[in-house]
Design a protein around this ligand. Structure first.
Ligand code: FES
Length: 74
């Protein structure tokens, strides 16, 4: 089953485990889940506020405006 999940984070969450610092992906685009691989840097800089995007498995961005009129945002 496929799902479209709206994520608002545009960067990683810093987590300290013992003496190690880890960065957990918050944008959902990392190919090294659950860890950040830096992909957010290439997408967040070109996304426009107020628009909704989705990314396919190859990482290509698509914009959806009226595609999901009932989308849950909270
Ligand atoms: S936060 Fe997702 S790739 Fe960095």
């Amino acid at each position: 089953m496929a799902r479209i999940v709206m994520r608002m984070a545009i960067g990683p969450h810093k987590v300290i485990v013992g003496s190690e610092t880890k960065f957990i992906c918050g944008c959902g685009l990392s190919k090294n889940q659950p860890f950040c691989d830096g992909t957010h840097k290439t997408t967040a800089q070109t996304e426009e506020p107020g628009r909704v995007y989705w990314y396919d498995q190859e990482g290509h961005r698509h914009e959806c405006l009226e595609s999901f009129p009932g989308i849950r945002s909270a």
